[in-house]
Design a protein around this ligand. Structure first.
Ligand SMILES: *Cc1c(COP(=O)(O)O)cnc(C)c1O
Length: 402
């Protein structure tokens, strides 16, 4: 069988379910928010209602919906008291917003390696990188797999550090023993960008552990202005991060679909993992007891480095998978290899070579990692098994063609 990339028939003749998924409920919600006649949160119900349901589902005290996940991280850092000159420890393997948000508020992001199995931040690497300037840690629940929050909370407690969860992949995720994201009592930031597990095209949210924190988050996201103020009292230097009522209305419907979709993704992911295990051609992200509920924003896997099949070109495998009809992407780059990471404020104690040497897992997954978008997990059993078939077809073919 010729690969589709070489002119053969694609393995998939029909596409996977489209994303975003929507129906008449989103249409009705949009019309409902339209007919409110007031389209910003200050005079509408949509943001308030959405925040309440989202916080409830995630075990948080309250929430503030914002324009996107990047700005959610920026205002969460400010609300947590992170100041210019402070250091924030982040995983080296993440989307750039995790570290860029720190830079945007004048703090320095310190990248550390991730665990070889879960690809989430390695608590021992966090501890090894604490300095007198360290103020916060941002774990990223990679692809929806919860980080080792028990260890991270012990570290945060011992060194008096703020924890802020980057939950951009983790809507509805649960950690060890079924703990919800809000149960950890920290700020947590979500994204509702077009690809994410629920979306309004753009959007974000900061989950808050108590009323005092909610007020600070609100201030930083509302130009420093307290709710109800009529006297132009701007008590902190904030930004306008507010979300429109249209987005919030759509997100309420998307939230109502989340848990059913998470169950479908988990069930199909399990099928897929069994098929991938049988083939043993690639190394999937591992799953520990920290992922009690894993919503699978991505199916993330690594091509073996020194495989018996020969050294496959990762980018070529991605292109070949796309040609077979699989929504595949290259894994994130290590953040310390991205030029803007070194614009001020940047780490001063160490250079890029240091991080390359100290982040072997990040180096490997960034170079050899591939991810498949979660819409491929929203089909039926055959749709799911086709992912494994496509991987087998592409990997075996490219290896033997070498
Ligand atoms: C998507 C994402 C963000 C940023 O969210 P936006 O809404 O796109 O600004 C932050 N962190 C991670 C890990 C993400 O994947």
């Amino acid at each position: 069988m010729t690969l589709a990339i070489n002119g053969g028939t694609p393995l998939r003749l029909t596409d996977y379910p489209q994303w975003p998924h929507y129906g008449p409920e989103e249409e009705q919600a949009l019309l409902r928010s339209l007919h409110q006649g007031q389209w910003w949160r200050m005079q509408g119900r949509e943001n308030l209602d959405f925040e309440r349901s989202f916080a409830h589902l995630h075990g948080g005290h309250s929430a503030f919906a914002v324009a996107n996940g990047t700005v959610a991280l920026e205002i969460a850092l400010q609300a947590a008291g992170v100041m210019p000159g402070d250091e924030v420890i982040v995983p080296a393997f993440t989307f750039i917003s995790t570290s860029m948000a720190c830079q945007r508020i004048g703090a320095t992001a310190i990248p550390v390696d991730v665990c070889a199995d879960t690809l989430c931040i390695d608590p021992s690497a966090v501890e090894a990188n604490i300095s007198p300037r360290t103020r916060a840690i941002i774990p990223v629940h990679m692809s929806g797999h919860m980080s080792d929050m028990a260890s991270l909370m012990r570290i945060a407690d011992r060194y008096q550090l703020q924890l802020i969860q980057d939950a951009a992949h983790a809507h509805g995720a649960q950690g060890l023993g079924g703990a919800n994201i809000g149960d950890y009592g920290t700020l947590a930031c979500f994204s509702f960008q077009n690809f994410k597990l629920m979306t309004a095209g753009e959007g974000g949210l900061v989950l808050c552990p108590n009323e005092a924190m909610r007020e600070k988050v609100f201030l930083y996201g509302n130009c420093g202005r307290p709710f109800g103020d009529r006297n132009y009292q701007h008590t902190v230097v904030g930004t306008n991060a507010r979300l429109s009522e249209f987005n919030a209305a759509v997100l309420s419907v998307q939230l109502s679909r989340l848990q059913v979709q998470n169950e479908i993704r988990q069930r199909n992911a399990q099928l897929l993992m069994e098929a991938l295990d049988n083939d043993a051609l690639v190394i999937p992200q591992g799953r520990t007891a920290d992922a009690h509920v894993h919503p699978y924003y991505m199916v993330l896997f690594i091509l073996p480095e020194d495989d018996s099949l020969g050294h496959l070109d990762r980018n070529q495998v991605v292109e070949a998978l796309i040609a077979e009809g699989i929504p595949a992407y290259r894994a994130y780059q290590a953040i310390y290899r991205i030029p803007s990471f070194w614009q001020a404020p940047a780490p001063e104690r160490h250079d890029q070579a240091h991080y390359i040497a100290h982040c072997p897992v990040t180096e490997r997954v960034a170079r050899r990692g591939i991810w498949i978008h979660h819409r491929a997990l929203l089909g039926n059993v055959q749709d799911t098994l086709d992912i494994a078939l496509a991987i087998r077809k592409v990997v075996q073919h490219l290896a033997s063609a070498r």
